[in-house]
Design a protein around this ligand. Structure first.
Ligand code: BG6
Ligand code: MG
Length: 215
């Protein structure tokens, strides 16, 4: 019996990866190296500090913890400039219909995101009211693939992991869901998300029955 759905935010509900990419690229340029879109794939789903560490590995830069904090703050300032311009038009296709269907069927809905900016983004795209529970990067101490974010979401909704479907676009997020005993739908390419129980390209024309039929 499925009683709840937990959604990742970045890459599932909105395409913020492009803004993360621009902000990281600007930081890298300031440090005299470049990052590619392929490099950016490695930054999806992981925390801000881990993303910075991956970026510094790519640029072969070895810096102290204090400077890392300075860089991650400066990247976030730039990222905020992008996300504060976001509008409800940026919600990915099919998401709102799918959320409305869940709510009309009394399926509980939570957000499970690594981002510390999740509430700002939800406000910008006017989706805050759809989520009974929001667990974001400010509420967890262990990054995906640790299942903490989803376990906290299920606990706050009052459901067991096996009663929940997690929707994720990142490999680390799929692993987090499976590690926590959740059912998991990948959103994106089966080449990257092959470990998920099933992969959809996006939510366009996807109904809840389509998803249920996969379990
Ligand atoms: C995840 C993104 O949702 O949030 C990552 O996929 C990002 O790319 C992480 O690094 C942390 O985001 P923020 O907004 O706290 O810097
Ligand atoms: Mg994501």
């Amino acid at each position: 019996m499925i009683n709840a759905c937990i959604f990742d935010l970045d890459g599932v509900i909105v395409d913020t990866a492009k803004y993360h990419y621009l902000a990281w690229k600007e930081l890298a340029r300031g440090l005299s190296f470049d990052v590619t879109e392929k490099d950016n794939e490695r930054l999806k789903g992981v925390s801000r500090m881990r993303s910075l560490e991956i970026l510094l590995e790519i640029g072969k830069k070895d810096i102290c913890e204090k400077t890392k904090l300075k860089y991650s703050d400066s990247k976030n300032k730039r990222y905020l400039e992008y996300i504060l311009k976001m509008t409800p038009d940026e919600v990915l296709p099919g998401i709102i219909d799918f959320l409305n269907e869940l709510i009309s069927r009394d399926i509980k809905v939570a957000l499970g995101s690594a981002s510390k900016n999740a509430m700002t983004i939800l406000n910008q795209i006017k989706l805050t009211d759809y989520f009974e529970v929001v667990i974001d990067g400010t509420k967890v101490s262990k990054a995906k693939p640790d299942p903490e974010v989803f376990l906290k979401g299920a606990e706050a909704l009052g459901v067991k992991p096996k009663e929940c479907i997690v929707f994720e676009d990142a490999e680390a997020g799929i692993e987090a869901a499976l590690n926590g005993g959740f059912k998991c739908i990948g959103v994106g390419s089966p080449d990257v998300l092959g470990k998920a129980d099933y992969v959809i390209h996006d939510f366009e024309n996807i109904t809840y029955n389509d998803i249920l039929s996969k379990f």
